[in-house]
Write a protein that binds this ligand. Structure first.
Ligand code: ADP
Length: 442
């Protein structure tokens, strides 16, 4: 069944992600498996024109919001994705099933099912490439059960029960079943039959075992006709093939293709994670580097003004392949010192505001390619720049693609890195992997 010309411009898969970096992770997975994908920052306004894509991923900040708020945001996202023409829907949460007994995985999935008029969805956080596997409904991180993996101490969503059937059952009035390894290992047909049996028995959800990528592809194939699929980004790897089999998704020559954006380059770092500190150390020998000193100047406006004055001197090096690096990042003792002086929240806010102001100033100075290190830092930068959508390109390192950002102001190439992601040479490698300029036609 081929689609008409008009239908071919419509997205097939509509995704709702409960946080920003999780949305990018999912979007990257879909691109890798052949779908052109755009990430939207928050629910698009009614009538906002949406970029053409095979999959849309709406990034929410709903993971730890009060359940009612998470449900309202997710329903609004679903309505926008349905209006855009999507045919199947995916609710993305963390591969460690981050949630509490109050939600938000159960309440959000309940509301999405009800809005779709559907009675059943599978739930699969497994992502073997990242060492998350599910066996007999129990979630493992590497060789440890979830509740012994460190996640039991998470400040917002402590996970103290590894049995996901029980965990999800506490979050929903619906019944939760299990499709165990012995069935999953037999492949898509057996899984499809087991899921149908769960639905017939009146179960609302089935936790589904998966310990390798073959399982995830088979689960994806078995869910081809499901209105809603819930899980981590791993289980999404099986979905693009369904649309190809149905004749809805053409073979894309390069689903990660991005139009280049010529301009100057720069790097901003606000993450204090060991990975980012290592990446800064590696880059420092090669790139002009400015360390912000928020202890000496605990004022966002003054920090930003000084950094922009320094940038004017050093942006020239960007044209020679040496983008300037501006870092607030500091080792634990310096972070602790600033937090002792300003309080934890205020210390973070001063630096996030400074880095967001610097990002806006750099754009005014002609920067069009920007790497940002840190999840919260990226959120602050994207919001200050008025970015509404990110077209997802090829990964620089796993989980961190170049993206083409559109919104208020000129388009930009952005690489937004969750603190702990990326190899030690990430900042250098990013600029070797920029989207290629289109060959000019003779
Ligand atoms: P990650 O992805 O590593 O968690 P985030 O950007 O999400 O990185 O979080 C890092 C937080 O640390 C931000 O709120 C940032 O403003 C704050 N921060 C950065 N540098 C410092 C510093 N020198 N002292 C105190 N806090 C800092």
């Amino acid at each position: 069944m081929r689609r008409s010309r008009l239908e071919e411009t419509m997205p097939l898969l509509g995704c709702i992600a409960d946080d920003f970096t999780g949305a990018t992770d999912l979007a990257s997975m879909l691109v890798e498996h052949g779908m052109r994908t755009v990430q939207l920052i928050g629910v698009p306004a009614p009538g906002q024109p949406l970029p053409e894509a095979d999959a849309l991923v709406i990034a929410l900040k709903s993971r730890t919001a009060p359940a009612g708020e998470a449900v309202a945001q997710s329903r609004a996202a679903l309505a926008a994705l349905r209006a855009a023409g999507c045919r199947q829907f995916f609710f993305k949460y963390c591969s460690t099933f981050d949630s509490t007994d109050a939600g938000n995985i159960g309440p959000v999935a309940d509301a999405l099912l009800a809005d779709l008029g559907a009675g059943f969805a599978l739930a699969c956080p497994a992502f073997p490439a990242n060492a998350r596997s599910v066996y007999q409904g129990h979630l493992f991180v590497g060789s440890r059960l979830l509740n012994e993996s460190g996640m039991e101490n998470h400040p917002l969503t402590p996970m103290r029960d590894p049995d996901l059937v029980r965990v999800l059952a506490r979050q929903t009035r619906g019944e939760v079943g299990l499709v165990p390894y012995a069935v999953v290992d037999q492949g898509a047909e057996a899984i499809r039959a087991a899921l149908a049996a769960c639905a017939r028995e009146g179960k609302r959800y089935a936790i589904i075992d998966a310990v390798n990528e073959r399982h995830l592809h088979a689960i994806g194939a078995a869910a081809a006709e499901h209105a809603l699929i819930t899980g981590g980004s791993g289980v999404a790897m099986g979905l693009p093939a369904n649309f190809r089999r149905q004749g809805l998704l053409p073979e894309r020559a390069d689903p990660a293709a991005l139009d280049d954006v010529p301009g100057l380059s720069a790097i901003l770092a606000g993450s204090c994670s060991p990975a980012t500190l290592g990446q800064i150390t590696r880059a420092r020998d090669v790139l002009p580097t400015l360390d912000l000193d928020p202890l000496a100047t605990p004022d966002a406006t003054a920090l930003a003004a000084a950094a922009l004055a320094w940038s004017r001197e050093h942006l020239g090096a960007s044209a020679e392949g040496r983008p300037p690096l501006i870092a607030a990042s500091a080792p634990p003792e310096r972070v602790a010192a600033l937090q002792a002086r300003l309080g934890r929240a205020q210390a973070g806010a001063v630096i996030e505001t400074a880095l967001a102001t610097i990002a806006a100033g750099l754009r005014d100075l002609g920067v069009r390619r920007l790497v940002v290190a840190g999840g919260e830092t990226s959120g602050a930068v994207v919001s200050r720049l008025g970015v509404r959508s990110l077209r997802i390109g090829a990964p620089i390192d796993p989980g961190v693609p170049w993206t083409r950002a559109e919104g208020d102001g000129p388009p930009l190439l952005l690489a937004l890195k969750s603190g702990n992601f990326g190899a030690p040479d990430f900042f250098l490698k990013a600029f070797e992997r920029l989207p290629a300029a289109k060959a000019s036609r003779p």
